[in-house]
Design a protein around this ligand. Structure first.
Ligand code: AMP
Length: 303
């Protein structure tokens, strides 16, 4: 089996999404799918997840075409995880209409003990499963672990999530989740409180308003790339994390200055994701377009 510098463990899903611009059934989604696709612009990435027998072969091909490692994509009897969401006037937050865990209930992620990934991303999934993986991780072979979550798990599995946070280096979450987790409305205070829960580094994403990076006592604030049209925000958070982690793996530098660049890179990749439904925009995207947008962004922020 091939070994990869980066592994993501999360969901591979079939989504139903409604935005003010249209409605689509059977969109290929899931936290691990979006993350791995974005990260694979920068590095080799392996995806660990579970799907049911109903998982379309075309979706698998989309990942294969981007050289994403699928040896750990388990296929089992039953139905693939399904999520139904809607965005109303506020495109920064999705309203979950339905979550069907399906085969996720049987998921038992198992790391290869002989060749653990150097970088690990625990994408949005049941914190109990995230903890399961963390119990198998051997430090210092695995040198950097990051994770994500969402309101569904903050509300439903808080104790398990608290245990996860004690063991990760970086936590990426959005503004609403940061407020829900800390009961703190001010995002700077919320970020600091989250650092005290465990992760030395925290990224709070604020949708169209950019992101905050907290790293030990250091702080960085970055705007979002200004877009006139946002079509479908689904996957923005996961592709932000994928672009950011992919950049970190490629550069191999975990210092604060490089973390800042990684945050910008994640935010630029996410700015492409939202320009179309699902992975449609990223599937047409070329690395040079990401680089060009980063250059434009630099000019926009410089004074
Ligand atoms: P985001 O990047 O935050 O927009 O994430 C979007 C993806 O998260 C969708 O493709 C969903 O399939 C997936 N998702 C939704 N709810 C959950 C959940 N409770 N656990 C894991 N993944 C989820």
């Amino acid at each position: 089996m091939k070994s990869y510098p980066l592994m993501v463990i999360g969901t591979v899903a079939i989504d139903e999404v409604e935005t003010p611009f249209g409605k689509r059934d059977s969109v290929f989604g899931g936290s691990a799918s979006y993350f791995s696709y974005a990260a694979s612009f920068f590095t080799k990435v392996e995806l660990m997840a579970i799907v049911g027998k109903d998982f379309p072969i075309e979706y698998r091909k989309i990942l294969e075409e981007h050289s994403i490692g699928l040896d750990h994509l388990q296929v089992t009897e039953g139905k693939t995880f399904r999520w139904k969401g809607k965005y109303e006037s506020d495109l920064n937050s999705a309203l979950t209409l339905d979550t069907q865990l399906n085969v996720l209930l049987d998921f038992k992620p198992e790391l290869r003990p002989e060749s653990p990934p150097e970088f690990l991303f625990l994408a949005n999934i049941d914190p109990l499963l995230q903890m399961n993986v963390l119990d198998q991780v051997k430090r210092p072979k695995c040198k950097f672990i990051a994770c994500d979550t969402m309101n569904f798990w903050i509300n439903g599995k808080r104790k398990e999530l608290d245990s996860v946070l004690k063991k990760v280096d970086l936590f990426v979450l959005n503004d609403g989740e940061a407020r829900l987790l800390t009961k703190e409305m001010n995002l700077i205070r919320a970020g600091r409180k989250i650092q005290q829960m465990g992760p030395g580094t925290v990224v709070v994403k604020k949708g169209e308003h950019g992101a905050f990076l907290f790293c030990s006592e250091k702080f960085f604030s970055v705007p979002a790339y200004p877009l006139e049209e946002v079509f479908d925000p689904t996957g923005a958070g996961d592709t932000f994390a994928g672009g950011m982690m992919g950049y970190l793996v490629k550069s191999g530098d975990l210092g604060f200055e490089n973390l800042k660049r990684a945050v910008v890179c994640g935010s630029i990749v996410a700015s492409f994701t939202v320009e179309d439904f699902g992975l449609d925009r990223l599937r047409k995207l070329k690395l040079n377009e990401i680089e060009e947008r980063i250059e434009q962004f630099k000019k926009l922020c410089h004074f």
